[in-house]
Design a protein around this ligand. Structure first.
Ligand SMILES: Cc1cc2nc3c(=O)[nH]c(=O)nc-3n(C[C@H](O)[C@H](O)[C@H](O)COP(=O)(O)OP(=O)(O)OC[C@H]3O[C@@H](n4cnc5c(N)ncnc54)[C@H](O)[C@@H]3O)c2cc1C
Length: 429
């Protein structure tokens, strides 16, 4: 069960499905952060627009309602990071302003993120990749914030907030409806052509269309969906929290090669996620894969190795979803004026903040309003295709395996992994 949809504070009525043929100025396919922020900024720029959103399932069904709740300034590729970063920081603050005004239940706190080294190899890597935005913390400094077993140092990066993503995505849907946007649930777009979307029972004719389906997008060579799985504990007592730390609710991760991420939730649970589940041939999505028992157990084991006090604590929630990884790890936000179709995605697991930037950028591009964000390098970026199968399957799963081996290598040799060095371009799967 997904923690975020299990802790919503209220029961949300299902919205009706689209029925019949309707007209709109802008039709958006996908009711996640990208689609909703696009609608929000389009309405802000032109309140008279007639906007509809078609969501195949329910609002927040996708990654926006399942993620680790890191609202960070992370960007999946180092290329162009220096020019994009200030805009990501602005996006974090704008998401925070939205949450404070409309949805305090999201528990938005910009308390930064901690990366913890538990071996000399990890610490050496943190030092060698330290950027001007992060601060190196000594063993005592890191332990004053988080009591992770065997920690020997780490880094602190201030530009990251913690959120309850399930509440944010639903609050955003409510707010755009107040602005006059019509949202239809259980309304899967079956065909998307310039100016026309059809569903099983209905159609929308619209001047402009936004495809905001990220990892659910169909073209299998355009991205590799990589599963990220999460677990969460029962609410923990103050006594246990005094043994863990995280008094400011900082997000945190161990400096492993294999992606892992944690947060102290607004209702005082520990929620932790990680990669490691197998990639499926043909970039397929499979619901069963979200509940991969082995990966969930490995994340629980890792969490307990960090905080032995959790040995007797129940892990009440397990869930997961896929993140969309383009071949070059480069996000894209594109707008084609001729066809009237825009799209955004390829956030590679960093989409909470990036989807805000994407939605705001698409709104400005479509309405031809000038803004520095419309000239950022990811605008109209052309991603290369992934290799055909089975090469893609061998490459991606080989990298997942090698990443895991690199961490084991480091835990034995205590030196930066040679395997990791060799796999640099694949390593963050
Ligand atoms: C487990 C997990 C942890 C993550 N952790 C983080 C994190 O901590 N920080 C971070 O920055 N990012 C994280 N991410 C990534 C982030 O959640 C996503 O990049 C982001 O939410 C993508 O938003 P989106 O709106 O583009 O896509 P989604 O939220 O996936 O929304 C797409 C929507 O489109 C709908 N749809 C699909 N096809 C159709 C169709 N044909 N017709 C109509 N609707 C359709 C889907 O039902 C879905 O609701 C994580 C992702 C996962 C899965």
């Amino acid at each position: 069960m997904n923690l975020w949809s299990d802790t919503l504070l209220y029961v949300e009525e299902q919205r009706s499905a689209l029925d019949g043929a309707i007209d709109a100025d802008i039709a958006i396919v996908g009711g996640g952060f990208t689609g909703l922020w696009s609608a929000y900024y389009l309405k802000e720029l032109d309140p008279s627009l007639r906007i509809v959103i078609l969501e195949a399932e329910r609002i927040g069904f996708g990654a926006s309602g399942r993620n680790g709740g890191w609202c960070s300034a992370l960007y999946p590729t180092t290329a162009d990071y220096t020019v994009v970063r200030p805009h990501l920081v602005t996006s974090i603050d704008e998401i925070g302003a939205f949450a404070h005004q409309h949805a305090p239940e999201v528990g938005f706190v910009k308390s930064g993120t901690l990366t913890i080294a538990r071996s000399g190899a990890q610490l050496a890597r943190l030092k060698s990749t330290l950027t001007s935005e992060s601060e190196l913390l000594s063993k005592d400094q890191i332990r004053s914030r988080i009591h992770m077993r065997n920690s020997i140092g780490g880094t602190f990066t201030p530009d990251c907030a913690v959120i309850h993503p399930g509440r944010l995505v639903r609050a955003l849907a409510r707010e755009v409806e107040k602005l006059g946007v019509r949202i239809y649930e259980k309304s899967r777009a079956i065909t998307i052509e310039p100016t026309l979307i059809t569903t099983e029972r209905a159609s929308v004719r619209a001047t402009s269309i936004i495809k905001a389906t990220e990892v659910f997008s169909q073209n299998s060579r355009h991205h590799a969906p990589i599963y990220s799985l999460m677990v969460a504990t029962e609410p923990l007592s103050e006594e246990i929290w005094s043994e863990i730390g995280l008094q400011q609710r900082e997000t945190f991760a161990e400096a492993l090669h294999l992606v892992n991420y944690g947060q102290r939730t607004i209702d005082n649970r520990l929620a932790v996620g990680g990669r490691g589940a197998r990639y499926l041939l043909g970039s397929r999505l499979n619901k069963k894969h979200e509940m991969d028992h082995r990966t969930h157990m490995e994340i629980i084991e890792l969490t307990r190795s960090w905080f032995p006090v959790l040995k007797r604590v129940k892990f009440t929630h397990r869930w997961g979803g896929a993140v969309s990884i383009p071949r070059d790890w480069h996000p894209y936000i594109s707008w084609d004026k001729t066809s009237g179709i825009g799209r955004a995605g390829g956030y590679s697991g960093d989409g909470v903040t990036l989807s805000h930037l994407a939605g705001k950028t698409l709104a400005h591009l479509i309405l031809e309003r000038e803004h520095p964000i419309t000239t950022l390098p990811h605008v109209n970026w052309q991603n290369p295709m992934w290799e055909p199968e089975p090469l893609r399957w061998i490459g991606v799963n080989g990298s997942v395996l090698a990443t895991d081996i690199a961490d084991r290598e480091e835990s034995v040799t205590r030196r930066p992994s040679l395997i990791a060095k060799a796999l640099d371009s694949f390593i963050r799967v």
